[in-house]
Design a protein around this ligand. Sequence first.
Ligand code: ZN
Ligand code: ZN
Length: 130
Amino acid sequence: MDNYLSNEDILTRLKHLHSTIECGIHSGYPPCCIKFYITQKIWMPEEQNSEYIKKIIKRSNDLGKSFGYIPCPACLESGNDVKVLPCPNNIPCEHGDENAGSYLIRNFMLSQQLLGLKNELHSSPSPDGK
Ligand SMILES: [Zn+2]
Ligand SMILES: [Zn+2]
């Protein structure tokens, strides 16, 4: 288990760490979730990582809403409502899971599914007509 990530995989994650944190902050994610993401989520072995994403999707279906981001376990459980803000100039930052060093296409696709949810939120017209 200790060596499931290659040095290259570890370095890729470390190199993207700062921008991943920045993106979490400007996206309006709760600090607990940003901390969870950078300290645990991106270091999870592939199987654990997929399991967690599946839990988010299941919880989203149960609650009838989308989180639009990766919540920490406490926020996942509470169904914490987070207003996900767009990245600067509405250009999504390129350091999601895939650039943080995803190792399996399956995870990439699950991530895209979650990012798709985020984009859906952004493209829906806002009630105040902005
Ligand atoms: Zn961003
Ligand atoms: Zn949280």
